[in-house]
Ligand binder design. Structure first.
Ligand code: ADP
Ligand code: MG
Length: 346
């Protein structure tokens, strides 16, 4: 075959293949956009596990009418304009691909209004060249993205979707993860018209504690040890369960780096090492580290552009970060271990 430029829709579908694996990946991209836009109220409405519909409504800054079409094009972003910006990134998004990718594998309708505008506008793309169309709409300040019939035009992808229950479970878990770090935001999640979760805004410490209990369980919220350590520009905060309380099946393992949820091997290793012998001594293999931890460090100390879905990071001083986390957790766990062991008999 001769060399040819790919049609835009196909190029976007290939890009979608990297990040849009299932309904929860769509929800993740949409919610990160809403958070980047400063939303404090989020409504997530799901139908049939998300395969039929994923609707995210926010009260963020909105998108001006003359940028709506751009928002749907690939490599168009309001978040960075240079490599220097990328290296100091604070927003959750920066690739400018999500909306274009999703529009190429689902029916996407973007509706938005900024505070300055009188009226709302709505945009969607059509055809192989994904030409954006615009129409007036009715919407309060903020943005709604309505994604319907995910993978309707990519049957191979559709085949990999699991049951509605499983797909919804992934979305529910995503909301917990985000709600554990975006405390100021009020979250509402519905499935097939039924209210499933409501996390009221939780700015005050007591409300945060309530949200922690709602998401991670009352036992964890009551018995976990508080972590608050800082050295130079590294800071680790959060909660970790004493070894004797680690009776969960690994469902409370949340680690955030600069506000992003991560599954980072280096950090997981540090946590496991901090528990070290304590967990082994208890001798029950199902006892796994149980924690909600927030690591903060200067944005230029960490590279977030390692993975398209941004699940991983690279630390410039990996060893240093590892040892800091290890030392902080070790101190908390060791100080508390004897007391915890004697109070609760196992
Ligand atoms: P990225 O988030 O990487 O910039 P996206 O394709 O996810 O790329 O979004 C493209 C652009 O559309 C964003 O940079 C932002 O300006 C705008 N946008 C998308 N969703 C929202 C939203 N919910 N509120 C305000 N602006 C949004
Ligand atoms: Mg985005």
């Amino acid at each position: 075959m001769p060399i040819r430029q790919l049609p835009i829709e196909l190029a976007n579908q290939i890009a979608a293949g990297e990040v849009i694996e299932r309904p929860a990946s769509v929800a993740k991209e949409l919610l990160e956009n809403s958070l980047d836009a400063g939303a404090t109220k989020l409504h997530i409405d799901i139908e049939q596990g998300g395969r039929r519909r994923i609707l995210v409504r926010d009260n963020g800054a909105g998108i001006p009418k003359d940028e709506l079409a751009l928002a749907l094009s690939r490599h168009a972003t309001s978040k960075i304009s240079s490599l220097a910006d990328l290296e100091a990134i604070m927003s959750l998004g920066f690739r400018g691909e999500a909306l274009a990718s999703i529009s190429s594998v689902a029916r996407l309708l973007l509706t938005s209004k900024t505070a300055e505008q009188q009226a709302a506008w709505q945009a969607w793309v059509e055809g192989r060249d994904m030409q954006p169309k615009l129409a007036p709409a009715s919407h309060p300040t903020g943005t709604s993205v309505d994604v319907q019939d995910l993978f309707f035009n990519t049957p191979a992808r559709r085949k990999f979707l699991r049951t509605d229950k499983t797909e919804f479970g992934h979305i529910d878990e995503l909301i917990r993860r985000l709600a554990l770090v975006h405390h100021q935001v009020e979250w509402r999640l519905t499935h097939n018209g039924k209210s499933i979760r409501h996390y009221p805004p939780a700015s005050a410490p007591q409300q945060r504690q309530q949200r922690l209990a709602k998401i991670c369980g009352q036992v964890f919220a009551e018995r976990a040890l508080e972590v608050d350590h800082g050295i130079a520009d590294l800071r680790l905060q959060g909660w970790i369960a004493p070894a004797a309380e680690c009776r969960y099946q690994g469902d409370v393992q949340y680690m955030y780096v600069n506000g992003r949820m991560m599954r980072d091997r280096l950090l997981q290793h540090a946590v496991r090492q901090a528990y070290g012998e304590q967990l082994q001594q208890l001798g029950e293999s199902e006892r796994v580290p149980t924690y909600v931890l927030y690591l903060e460090l200067p944005a230029n100390e960490v590279d977030v552009n390692v993975h398209p879905a941004k699940h991983e990071v690279r630390f410039h001083q990996a060893r240093h970060v590892h040892d800091f986390v290890l030392a902080a957790l070790r101190e908390v766990l060791q100080q508390q271990a004897p007391a915890a062991m004697t109070t609760h008999q196992y």
